[in-house]
Design a protein around this ligand. Structure first.
Ligand code: ARG
Length: 493
C-alpha cells in the first residue's frame, strides 16, 4: 500500500511521472506560512467547538507553533512526494506527534477549501504590497509635479506637437491614472479577502463548525458561504490579474513616453546613466532598456489573465485539478508587476525633463497658434472657424519662409493685411508658450493654478489609500497575533 495520506483505497503507489506532473511543491512554497496559519485557526475552531479533544489539540498546537517559527527562520522545504503544501504540513505534524493526535487536524476540512484559503491569504498581502508601492510612486510623482509646477513641457496628440503644457500636468496625468489603479486594487482586495474555509470538500460538513471564528482569526472581511461555489471560486484571481494587467498597460504607456521622449530626435527626457545600457558595438548608444522591458513584460501579465480566464471557463462546479494551474502564472504576474512598478518609479524619479528643449519645440512647432485663434475670437469677435483659417494660413506662410511664431513683426503685418490690428506686445503675450500655459485655467486644465487644485485633491485621495493599506495590514497582523496567542494557550493545556 502507498504511504500517501489518501492511499487507503489504492493498491499501487502513484507512478513517478504522474507525481512529477501533478505535484506543486515548488509553487506552494509561497503558501507555507498561510497554510500553517490556516491550520492554526482551524484547530482553534475545532477546539472551541469541542470537535477535537484537549489532548490532541494541545499536541497539534505545539507542533503547528514549532513549524510556524521554524518556517519563519528558514523556509520549510516541501517534499514533492507529499504533492502539495497541505499534505506536507499535515505529514510533518503526523510525523512529529503521531497519527492518533495529528490525524485529527484534517477533521471537517479538505484541501479543496484549504488551497483557496491559502491563495486568498497570500494574494491579499501581495495586493497590499502592490498598493503600497504604487502609493510610493504616486507620492514621488506628486512631489515632482509640485516642484515643476509652471515649468514647460510639450503636449502631443497623434504624436504631433499640439499645445504647450505644464510639466506638473504631465507628471500628474500619471498620478490621475495610477490612482484609478489603486482603486482597482482595492476592489480586487475586496473580492479576495473572503473566507472559504469551512466549505470543506464541496458540500460543507456534518460537524458543528464555526466559520465566523476562522473568519476572524484569519483576518478575512467576510465569508463566502456557498460551499460548492467557494471551493471552485477563482474569479477573485481573474479580477486581481485583470487589475494587474491594467496597471501594466498603464506603466507601459509611461514606458513608451520615456523611450520616445528620451530619443535624440525629441530630446525631452534625460535618463540617468544607471537606468540605461550601452551597445557592444556602437559606442555612442545609450538605450532606454527599462522602458522597453516594461513594455515587453506586459505580455506576461496579459498572458496570465488569458490563462486564468481560460481555466475558469472550462470547469464544472466543485474542485477540479485544472484549478491547480491557477497559481504559477499568478505568482509570475505578481512578481512582474512588483518589479515593473518599482523600476518605473525609480526611472521616473531619476530622469530629468528638459524644459528648455520643450520651450524650443513649442515655438518651432507652432504649438501656441491655437491661442492666437482664440485671441481673434475674444478680441476681434471673429468666428472661431474663420480665425482657425487665418491662423492656419499664417502657419503655412511662416513655414514657407522657414520662420515661426517668434516672428512677431511678420505676424503683425500678416494680421494687418487681414484687417486685424494687434500690437506686437499683444501678439507676443498671446503666443509665448509659458504665458499660454498660464491661461489654461479651466477646471482640469494645464495652468499651474488648475494643476495645484488637482494636486490638492490627489494628495487627499492618496492619503485615504495609505490609511486603508495601514488599517488593512493592522487587521491582518492583529488576526495573526490573536491566532498565535490562542494556539500558545491551547498548547499549554
Ligand atoms: N494542490 C492543489 C491545488 O493547488 C490543492 C489540492 C486539491 N485537492 C485535490 N484533491 N487534489 O489546487
Amino acid at each position: 500500500m502507498s504511504a500517501k495520506l489518501w492511499a487507503g483505497v489504492f493498491k499501487k503507489d502513484v507512478d513517478n511521472e504522474v507525481l512529477n506532473y501533478t505535484e506543486t511543491t515548488k509553487i506552494d512554497s509561497r503558501l507555507i506560512r498561510y497554510d500553517i496559519w490556516g491550520s492554526m485557526a482551524h484547530l482553534a475552531m475545532l477546539s472551541e467547538q469541542e470537535i477535537v479533544a484537549h489532548d490532541a489539540v494541545s499536541a497539534i498546537s505545539r507542533s503547528l507553533l514549532e513549524l510556524y517559527y521554524a518556517n519563519e527562520r528558514t523556509p520549510i522545504e516541501l517534499d514533492p512526494q507529499c504533492e502539495d503544501v497541505h499534505l506536507n504540513i499535515e505529514t510533518l505534524i503526523i510525523q512529529k506527534i503521531g497519527r492518533e493526535a495529528g490525524g485529527r487536524l484534517h477533521t471537517a476540512r479538505s484541501r479543496n477549501d484549504q488551497v483557496v484559503t491559502d491563495t486568498r491569504m497570500y494574494l491579499r498581502e501581495e495586493i497590499l504590497n502592490l498598493t503600497d508601492s504604487l502609493i510610493l510612486f504616486i507620492n514621488d510623482l506628486l512631489q515632482l509635479a509640485a516642484e515643476n509646477n509652471g515649468h514647460l513641457a510639450v503636449g502631443y496628440t497623434h504624436l504631433q506637437p499640439a499645445q504647450p503644457i505644464n510639466l506638473a500636468f504631465w507628471y500628474s496625468a500619471y498620478v490621475s491614472m495610477l490612482l484609478r489603479d489603486v482603486e482597482r486594487l482595492r476592489d480586487s482586495y475586496r473580492y479576495t479577502n473572503i473566507n472559504v474555509l469551512g466549505a470543506c470538500a464541496l458540500a460543507g460538513t456534518s460537524f458543528d463548525i464555526n466559520r465566523e471564528l476562522t473568519t476572524q482569526l484569519l483576518g478575512f472581511d467576510s465569508i463566502l458561504h456557498h460551499s460548492l461555489d467557494a471551493t471552485s471560486s477563482r474569479d477573485f484571481i481573474c479580477h486581481a490579474i485583470s487589475s494587474f494587467a491594467i496597471i501594466m498597460s498603464n506603466l507601459s504607456r509611461l514606458a513608451e513616453e520615456v523611450v520616445v521622449w528620451s530619443s535624440n530626435e525629441f530630446g525631452l527626457l534625460t535618463i540617468d546613466d544607471a537606468f540605461a545600457t550601452g551597445s557592444s558595438i556602437m559606442p555612442q548608444k545609450k538605450n532606454p532598456v527599462i522602458g522597453e522591458l516594461v513594455k515587453g513584460k506586459v505580455g506576461r501579465v496579459y498572458g496570465a489573465l488569458m490563462q486564468i480566464l481560460t481555466i475558469n471557463k472550462g470547469i464544472t462546479l466543485g474542485y477540479n485539478c485544472d484549478l491547480q494551474e491557477d497559481k504559477p502564472m499568478l505568482w509570475d504576474a505578481i512578481d512582474t508587476l512588483k518589479s515593473s512598478v518599482s523600476i518605473s518609479h525609480r526611472q521616473m524619479t531619476t530622469s530629468i525633463y528638459q524644459s528648455e528643449r520643450a520651450n524650443e519645440l513649442c515655438w518651432r512647432n507652432f504649438s501656441t497658434v491655437t491661442e492666437l485663434a482664440n485671441l481673434l475670437v475674444n478680441r476681434i469677435n471673429i468666428p472661431f472657424r474663420e480665425a482657425h483659417k487665418i491662423c492656419g494660413t499664417l502657419v503655412r506662410k511662416l513655414t514657407e519662409i522657414h520662420s515661426d511664431l517668434r516672428d512677431f513683426n511678420y505676424i503683425h503685418k500678416y494680421l494687418a493685411e487681414n484687417s486685424i490690428s494687434l500690437t506686437i506686445l499683444e501678439i507676443e503675450e498671446c503666443v509665448s508658450p509659458e504665458k499660454v500655459v498660464l491661461r489654461q485655467l479651466s477646471s482640469g486644465g494645464t495652468s499651474p493654478k488648475a494643476v495645484a487644485n488637482m494636486l490638492d485633491d490627489m494628495y487627499k485621495r492618496v492619503l485615504d489609500h495609505q490609511l486603508w493599506v495601514n488599517e488593512s495590514r493592522q487587521k491582518l497582523n492583529h488576526a495573526q497575533d490573536t491566532t498565535i496567542a490562542i494556539l500558545q494557550k491551547l498548547s499549554q493545556i
